[in-house]
Design a protein around this ligand. Structure first.
Ligand code: PNS
Length: 159
């Protein structure tokens, strides 16, 4: 069984993430979407909320599972018996940042990273920009699944 881990913070999941996850699901027997649950960055959504949104978003893919992880990604890959990490890359900037992490992960346990170039339709999409635009009243309805849009609206209209 060829198993890959697709890690990220997914705060929140976007169509760009889902494109990469869908394509990874065609390349591997199983894809584990790994949601970093305990990182220092301030998040808009809790780990539980991010896991719920992702689980709903990947429900149509029988070989994709969603899990939270804490600690080193390489330890999680080993626990899950994954041979590869899959990452989407949007730009040269992403490649530079991701290369060091891929090489560190390979150094730690030998796990390989497979980079998928983001589909051009989504290459400008990031969770950070989606949150910023939504916060300022812009329309992000084409960039995230409908349930995520609802949660964004509810969270940003709150006190
Ligand atoms: O969506 P993000 O913020 O780019 O996701 C980053 C993530 C969660 C993939 C990365 O921070 C990560 O792998 N964290 C786990 C901790 C770890 O293994 N650090 C060493 C990386 S070389």
């Amino acid at each position: 069984m060829r198993r890959a881990v697709c890690p990220g913070s997914f705060d929140p999941v976007t169509h760009g993430h889902l494109d990469v996850i869908t394509r990874a699901s065609r390349l591997f027997d199983e894809v584990v979407v790994a949601v970093g649950v305990n990182q220092s960055k301030q998040r808009l959504f809790s780990a539980e909320e991010r896991l719920e949104m992702l689980t709903e978003a990947v429900a149509a893919h029988p070989n994709v599972v969603v899990a939270g992880f804490d600690g080193l990604l390489t330890d999680f890959c080993r626990e899950r018996g994954a041979q590869a990490v899959v990452k989407g890359v949007r730009s040269g900037g992403d490649v530079e940042y991701e290369f060091a992490m891929a090489q560190m992960n390979a150094h730690l346990t030998g796990v390989d990273t497979v980079f998928l170039p983001t589909a051009p339709t989504w290459s400008f999409v990031s969770s950070s920009l989606v949150k910023e635009v939504a916060r300022l009243g812009g329309d992000v309805s084409a960039l995230v699944p409908a349930p995520v849009l609802d949660r964004l609206a509810a969270r940003l209209s709150g006190p």
